[in-house]
Ligand binder design. Structure first.
Ligand SMILES: *Cc1c(COP(=O)(O)O)cnc(C)c1O
Length: 390
């Protein structure tokens, strides 16, 4: 089955339950067994049995099976948020005293988790490198490096890392590789095929796509996913609920169509922005001059981008944001609606100015999530808001 087909048909048992085209939601906290021996047997393989919904639930499992297949992985585990998935994946790969190599510009809370939380709680150290230069990875590896954590493209500046080459280096040193693949979606980038051990997504973005779900997923080989299920998921308890899985299942049906729509709108918005004298720079894989790498590992692009306004005047920067009508001011991205945000607002509360500037952005860096509205409406909205810049 190709991606579009498996999202609609994979593992849907339509012959039972009177044949509904949409599967029932197993809204149940526990599962009962006819006899002692039956529940006894289930406990022999808790990672794959339906005993209690914190561990496993058939509705959640259906979404996991589809996402695993879509990513080319053996198994997937859903989490209550993208950060739930990221923290679980990372903790499964490291132990106290280890070292993590990661790249400048990863998602802010992931940066915090690695550089502060794990450092304070478990004496885990980290090195942040410019991920666009492959030799930086070789140079950053230490004796106690157990994990390379990638995000390609990165947040805010959307720089790519050469996933296949990083994995080759990691394999030589017996180091695990995790990638946050949220931006590209599993449709446009398949990192497990390039050698990564674990792929993570925030499903709160394109995978759910309707701005009504918070969720995350980890995908990889069966043995490591079973270990994550029994440890970081079941023990720490950030499982996803059956209700959320029904919303994600519905979203997955239209994911291929939605990302194509976002791609089409984004391409036109970028064409317009490129011509504007009020914009210094656009950050997006289309404009980042990494075309060879883009063509090597990605088959499409999505609609989150940043631009640098041609002004450092805070009143004008705020004026641009405040004057937008269709681009609503808010965090998050990847939904049907267009959004605008200034990374400086939250990043400067979480990161030092050095860490912020190491991402290559400034006060006048504005992030746009291009939604599914009419393209002409979006472009004329940007045009009128740019009028405040003199
Ligand atoms: C939003 C986001 C996350 C975190 O996902 P949540 O579902 O909000 O926890 C992780 N990575 C990236 C790139 C994101 O944009």
């Amino acid at each position: 089955m190709k991606d579009e087909t498996l999202l609609i048909h994979l593992n849907e048992e339509r012959s039972g339950h009177s044949g509904p085209v949409v599967p029932p939601i197993h809204q149940s906290s526990l599962f009962t067994f006819p006899q002692w021996d039956d529940i006894d047997e289930a406990f022999d393989d808790p990672a794959n049995s339906h005993i209690y919904t914190r561990g496993n639930n058939p509705s959640v499992n259906l979404v996991e099976e589809k996402i695993a297949k879509l990513c080319g992985g053996e198994k997937a585990k859903m989490f209550a948020s993208g950060m739930g998935a990221i923290s679980a994946a990372i903790m499964n790969c490291v132990k106290s005293g280890d070292h993590i190599v990661t790249v400048d510009g990863i998602y802010g809370p992931a940066n915090n988790f690695i550089s502060k939380y794990l450092h304070e709680k478990a004496n885990i150290t980290s090195t942040f490198i410019d991920g666009t230069d492959i030799s930086n990875f070789k140079n950053a590896i230490k004796k106690n490096t157990s994990l390379i954590y990638l995000e390609s493209p990165t947040s805010a500046t959307f720089k790519l890392q050469d996933i296949e080459e990083v994995c080759k280096i990691a394999k030589k040193h017996n180091i695990k590789v995790i990638i946050d693949n949220t931006w590209a979606t599993p449709l446009f980038q398949k990192p497990l095929r390039l050698g990564v051990d674990l792929e993570v997504h925030s499903c709160s973005k394109y995978i759910s796509g309707h701005s009504d779900v918070i969720s995350g997923v980890v995908i990889g080989k069966e043995d490591i996913l079973n270990s994550i299920s029994l440890n970081e998921s079941a023990l720490l308890g950030s499982s996803m609920s059956p209700i959320e899985s029904s919303l994600i299942l519905r979203s997955l049906r239209t994911l291929p169509l939605r990302v194509k729509g976002h791609q089409e709108n984004t391409s036109k918005v970028i064409d317009f922005l490129k011509e504007s004298p009020k914009i210094n720079k656009i950050f997006h894989p289309l404009t980042n001059q990494q075309n060879i790498l883009y063509n090597k590992q990605m088959s499409g692009f999505t609609g989150l981008l940043s631009l640098e306004l041609a002004t450092t005047n805070l009143d004008e920067i705020k004026g641009f944001v405040n004057n937008l009508k269709y681009f609503k001011l808010g965090v998050s991205w990847g939904g049907f609606e267009s959004l605008v945000y200034a990374p400086a607002i939250s990043y400067l509360k979480e990161l030092t100015t050095d860490q912020f500037e190491s991402m290559g952005i400034s006060l006048g860096t504005i992030r746009l999530s291009v939604g599914l509205e009419n393209t002409e409406d979006l472009i004329s909205d940007l045009e009128q808001a740019l009028d405040v810049i003199k």
